[in-house]
Design a protein. Sequence first.
Length: 503
Amino acid sequence: MPFPRSSGILLHPTSFPGRFGIGDLGLEAYQFIDFLRDSCQQFWQVLPLGPTGYGNSPYACYSALAGNPFLISLEKMVEQGLVSEEDFAHLPGFEGSKVDYEKVIPIKLELLRKACENFKNRATPLQQKEFAGFCDSKAYWLDDYALFMALKGANGGVSWHKWEPELAKREPEALDRVGRELTGEIFFHKFTQYEFFRQWSELKTYANMSGIQIIGDIPIYVAHDSADVWSHPEIFCLDEETGEAALMAGVPPDYFSATGQLWGNPVYNWEELKKQDYKWWVGRFQALLDYVDVIRIDHFRGFEAYWAVAKGQETAVNGEWIKAPGEELFETIKQKLGRLPIMAEDLGLITPEVEALRDKFEFPGMKILQFAFSADAGNPFLPFNYSRNCIVYTGTHDNDTTVSWFNQASEYEKQYVLDYLGCLSPEGIHWDFIRLAMNSVANQAIIPLQDVLGLGGEARMNFPSKAEGNWDWRYTSDSLTKEATQRLQTLTRLSGRSPQSKS
């Protein structure tokens, strides 16, 4: 659906400042909302909020529906009496500009376990009632997730397909047995989900009351090592004997990689999903809309046709395109849930068929300014080629920052940019790109916070196809200056994107 003329900021919650080594849903998150409000923004775009696995990627989570427990604010738990300031007395010094996951995770996990024990022993009747209500309302995914995580811990963290066969295949007697044996761990994982969604709900309410809508991200695929694949193996293309992905997802060689990107996720068994009237997908969209306002579909083109790579391949080069029932899926979702606020990530090898699917449902697509200056005037990423029903970005989480991108661009691209912008100097190029995005006809302009702050390559969030060393950038508590707020506010007002402007 088309959106009113507006703008917003792309920032994942792990990037907030704070003393626990990773951004969370505490005070700094609320201060960021204040920054959005004061600079006349109307959207906050986040990456997937699920519990991350190997590589800490939000696009490879242990569940498509659960929340990341490491985003829970320990300071807000002090307010509830579940932990105390004394528990933080011996925290190590964490680096301010990066998340050191190996250092952060065990420390935060220990404190979350302490909070869980205190909740068991001290929860008020009202808290107990709220917890029971949460567990009951989310049972359709929470029960499987909590058991999955408890089993994963009991099996040393190995993937579910390497567990004992009766557990991997979910034999009822075996699941009943381990359910009794792992009661404490199951409770812990349910507790962290309860606390995550409690804190997130409070933050979202504050954002909405401040005039800010949250754009959530729904990856097309889920991780193989996830509660989703373990509990619903019939809707994925798996090797029946080993449980491994028989067909893996990815993309062919492209701008980001000469050998393509082999993600390793199992692709869907669309025939089985159709038999079930797409129940799993409908539930996934419905669940996400419980805690975000708008959904961005990652890798939208995979709903028209997807790149499938056979088990055993080491790169994505030798794959094939297979048609997907995207139109039928979105018609079903529309019938069951109504007309949804959806955006489509339509980057990569986009065909007329993909565009037709996107346009049939009026999903706005994405335009990236960093892609605009490598060809001629027909380049679809140049602003004068935009339609109104699209979202323009200076760059995304998969791109370098604008400052670093420009510094590393070819001489042809640099000169093209300067000529297009009418600049004599590249100084302040990030603000030039923000102004270009804001003044375009695109209904929405979304700017990564790194570009507002004018940061270099050290602040890049992700290198596609690189397995480790991503997702760790954080800004410092003094970054959101009055100058940045006022400059962003001015550009937003001048471009007719502030809440007070007429659409």
